[in-house]
Design a protein around this ligand. Sequence first.
Ligand code: NAD
Length: 371
Amino acid sequence: MSQDKREVINIVGAALRGLTSPVKQLGILSFDDSKQALAAKGQADLELTLPLKASAEEIISALKEKLPKKTHLIPKSIFVENLGLFRREDKLVSGLTGRVAGKICVVTGAAQGFGLAIAQDLIKQGAFVVLADINDREAISQANALCEQFGKGRAIGLAIDVANARSVSQAAHQVVRKFGGVDVLIPNAGVGKAESVKTQPEKDFDFINSINYKGYFLCVQYFARIMAVQHLVRPEMYSDIIQINSKSGLAGSNRYAAYAGSKFGGIGLTQSFALELIEDGIKVNAICPGNFLDGPLWSDPEKGLFVQFLRMGKVPGAKTIDDVRKAYEAKVPMGRGCKPADVVKAIYYLIEQEYETGQALPVTGGQIMLS
Ligand SMILES: NC(=O)c1ccc[n+]([C@@H]2O[C@H](COP(=O)([O-])OP(=O)(O)OC[C@H]3O[C@@H](n4cnc5c(N)ncnc54)[C@H](O)[C@@H]3O)[C@@H](O)[C@H]2O)c1
């Protein structure tokens, strides 16, 4: 399918979320252009033709003209000529409760670590979650486990390489096909490699920046377009982009410069996106967690940071992994590493706070104090 056609489906899906939802919230909507869906054209509640080469504004105004004005007459299924079938999925939403009930939340890097824990908490709080990861097998398997626990259709796992524009564009489109749009984007995928600036290979610097810095830019580029359409239809509704940054985005990190630089850059992007995207009803903030010492990034026995730091002698006098861990705990006024539960509290704060954008919120047990 051409990129143009995908873009049009994204616009129509995101617009119909607002235009056909029977409640104040945006609805959940699926899209189908399989052979069976195209063959069942005559069975849709409404069939319409749209100016597919037009702008988002023109497509929205054509939709408004063609949809019935009375709420009780709003169709459940809409067949758009030359595209396919959009179907409201009201049953999936009914009865959901929680702090993000009915919201569509996309988390990148969600196959493990912080990303997985965030997705698991969001679904508990009533969200539809997309676990997007370069490790798509694990993301899909984790999403299936969530569906077993919380109900069919509540989670999907998707392949995404955040460093690749085509892959991000395809993932954003898959989200629209499954749910109709996006309310919360959490760019969380991130990588780090500890090494001295004097020896770190250029390819490692490029790799880290392609994911942590460029990857964040690309995710916002494709998902913000969908959020902007939702805001055109429902100007009173806001969406959220919350980057999982790091305390290393607020203070330099010894022998971890490529990572810290990529995270500082992420805060520059956060502030700049916030200034630009508020006109599309998008709040953009970053969370800067302290070290998640129990997570795989630190604790992986082969490539984890404890092992890396021990091997490179980053902690003077440390002879074991436990010595390295203790040294890192001692840097935190509150005496422990950051946990996913600490991060999700900050996520809910940023979503619920209607009067803040462009911020970088530390969650570091006091290790970083803003002035
Ligand atoms: N672990 C920490 O101590 C810590 C502290 C502060 C901030 N952070 C940040 O939190 C985020 C998550 O860290 P984590 O510790 O959970 O990491 P992790 O290594 O446990 O998980 C990262 C996930 O990102 C995925 N990923 C890697 N490259 C990708 C790509 N190109 N496209 C899509 N997915 C990709 C991996 O497959 C993995 O599932 C990162 O941005 C990290 O910088 C971590």
